[in-house]
Ligand binder design. Structure first.
Ligand SMILES: Cc1cc2nc3c(=O)[nH]c(=O)nc-3n(C[C@H](O)[C@H](O)[C@H](O)COP(=O)(O)O)c2cc1C
Length: 183
């Protein structure tokens, strides 16, 4: 199948996730088109047969470019098998209400856009304290201190929480359903 892997990324983790998904799809014998929705360019496939869209939550919302893309493309997206990969920190929380909030971001987004992805995968993102400016560091430290008690407030390192094996297995399960529905 020709599959669009569209993504938006602010700090690079979602790009890494989308790239891993595209590589995984290619390993499974499909043609993946990796596309940064923020470029506003045309993707090089006229009619993708399926799509996986990936975006991170920053400040309780997905990037505007992702919203604009999903809204613009929703008619054909709703006509093919789709998955939404929502990248957050809150889904890694030890508190159920934080995880529920992370799930709610995706539901609210899809409902507002009018896009009905068949599956939503909640993927844990990453923290790169050393790469943030003062303001971002302040925001993220507060977020991390509340939800990830193991992370020290003085930490300047990179913490990747993404479960790569879990992601591959989610994509494989989605792929099976997508291929069956095309047959
Ligand atoms: C300034 C900032 C704000 C963030 N806000 C949230 C948030 O509101 N909820 C959440 O779950 N994660 C939040 N995160 C965590 C990001 O979703 C996580 O770092 C993700 O890996 C970022 O993906 P990206 O590297 O593709 O931009 C925030 C991260 C940053 C740097």
């Amino acid at each position: 199948m020709n599959i669009l892997v569209g993504y938006a990324s602010v700090e690079g983790q979602t790009r890494k996730i989308a790239t891993a998904i595209a590589e995984h799809l290619e390993e499974r014998g499909h043609r993946a088109i990796l596309f940064d929705v923020a470029t506003n360019a045309e993707y090089s496939l006229e009619r993708p047969e399926a799509a996986i869209l990936c975006a991170p939550v920053h400040g309780a919302k997905y990037p505007d470019a992702f919203f604009i893309f999903a809204r613009r493309e929703r008619d054909w997206l709703n006509s093919v098998p789709c998955a939404f990969v929502s990248v957050t920190l809150m889904i890694a929380s030890n508190l159920e209400d934080e995880r529920a909030e992370a799930r709610q971001f995706a539901i609210h987004f899809a409902t507002t856009v009018g896009w009905m992805p068949r599956d939503v995968f909640h993927v844990k993102g990453a923290l790169r304290f050393g790469e943030y400016d003062f303001f971002k560091r302040w925001i993220v430290r507060r977020l991390a201190a509340k939800m990830l008690p193991g992370v020290s407030p003085d930490d300047k390192g990179t913490h990747e929480f993404t479960d790569w094996a879990g992601l591959s297995s989610d994509v494989d399960n989605w792929l099976k359903k997508a291929v069956t529905s095309k047959a």
